[in-house]
Write a protein that binds this ligand. Structure first.
Ligand SMILES: [Cu+2]
Length: 113
């Protein structure tokens, strides 16, 4: 009885090839934003406009988040990536988690062009 149940679960759980549970469109480009105490690794990140771009947050030190003004991008330890399509422009972003003494200085820009 138990064995059959395990088998059934294994059958369902295998290979989720772009499963429907994922609410994201396939990305055509990606950018990795690395956050540490207390900065982002670049002063600006450039991504293509009108293109699905995967935005990936990588915390290399400490716990930080990203909230990008004027977009739906809101990443943090619970959600490390998202796919967005943006119009051309410059979007400011900052750390969204109160991470310590350098928090206020954790600002950068997403340049969409
Ligand atoms: Cu912070």
């Amino acid at each position: 009885m138990l064995g059959a149940l395990v088998l059934a679960l294994a059958a369902c759980g295998g290979k989720d090839k772009s499963a429907s549970s994922v609410d994201e469109q396939p990305a055509k480009a990606e950018v990795v934003i690395k956050a540490s105490n207390w900065k982002f690794d670049q002063a600006e990140y450039i991504v293509p406009k009108d293109t699905p771009v995967k935005i990936i947050l990588e915390n290399t030190e400490g716990a930080h988040g990203i909230k990008v003004t004027g977009t739906d991008i809101n990443l943090g330890p619970g959600k490390q990536s998202t796919v967005v399509t943006l119009k051309a422009g410059t979007y400011d972003f900052r750390c969204s988690i109160m991470c310590g003494s350098g928090h206020a200085g954790m600002v950068s820009k997403l340049i969409v062009q």
